[in-house]
Design a protein. Sequence first.
Length: 74
Amino acid sequence: MAKTFSGRQIINILCRHFDFYFVSQKGSHVKLRRCLGDKIITTVIPLHKELAFGTLKGILELGQVNERDFWNAV
């Protein structure tokens, strides 16, 4: 079975290893951002206790984070 993560764990990993920073929070969703060259990349993370694997993949895709790089950072 694959390891599951909470929303807060995902936020910590993205901020520590992929240069994301906190932008805002509305309800149970946190918006993170990072700059890649001249592009600004934004992703949204739900603050759930356990995120589904598909949700994690969507967060990584939206944030333009390579899945292999993410798993190596964990």
